[in-house]
Design a protein around this ligand. Structure first.
Ligand SMILES: O=C(O)CCC(=O)C(=O)O
Ligand SMILES: [Fe+2]
Length: 185
């Protein structure tokens, strides 16, 4: 993993935050052990045509790239050679919102691609855990940080964004992915 602190300047963060205010963030419900639950956060999915997202029996069509987000995708490519055609935006309203243990290993993700995660807003702990040894590594991500999850990482490691009940401010996270277009027809 590569952690780049201060990847976005204060100005770039502000432009992106202003744009996020207009995103159609939704609290979808997902099925866990046969029961539907609303996710503890809100999300939106953007991408190129046909770069849709499948998640716990949900099919989410990619919305067209907003201007600032599309510039961020370009910046990831020019500065870090990260190729992506879609992005999942998650908004955690406060420290009660979270994401459980998982790997980003959906079959539509191009094999050997990296996943780039950009954070805005509140500082939160992002934890990775080795699937067999259970070794844990904690990254306290700050606004403007970039975390690159390199190819192969999802096979051996899971990650989570645990609750942090003292956090009262929102955090927004963007995970840029390279998916196979029209994988689901
Ligand atoms: O919010 C985060 O930092 C993690 C997001 C994540 O793991 C995901 O979108 O798959
Ligand atoms: Fe993830």
């Amino acid at each position: 993993m590569t952690w780049i602190k201060g990847f976005l300047s204060a100005k770039q963060q502000q432009l992106l935050l202003n744009e996020v205010d207009h995103y159609p963030l939704e609290r979808v419900s997902i099925e866990v052990y046969g029961k539907r639950h609303p996710i503890p956060r809100t999300q939106a999915w953007f991408g190129d045509l046909g770069c849709d997202y499948h998640y716990s029996k949900l099919h989410i069509s990619a919305l067209p790239w907003p201007k600032v987000l599309s510039r961020l995708r370009q910046k990831l490519f020019t500065e870090h050679q990260i190729q992506s055609n879609s992005v999942l935006v998650n908004r955690y309203a406060n420290g009660h919102d979270c994401m459980g243990w998982h790997s980003d290993d959906e079959p539509e993700i191009v094999k050997g691609s990296a996943i780039a995660s950009v954070t805005l807003g509140a500082c939160r702990d992002f934890v990775v855990r080795h699937k067999t040894t259970q070794t844990k590594v904690n990254f306290t991500l700050e606004s403007g940080d970039l975390l690159i999850m390199h190819p192969g990482m999802q096979q051996d490691w899971q990650h989570a964004l645990p609750k942090r009940l003292k956090v009262t401010e929102p955090r927004i996270n963007f995970t840029f992915r390279h998916v196979i277009p029209h994988y689901y027809r």
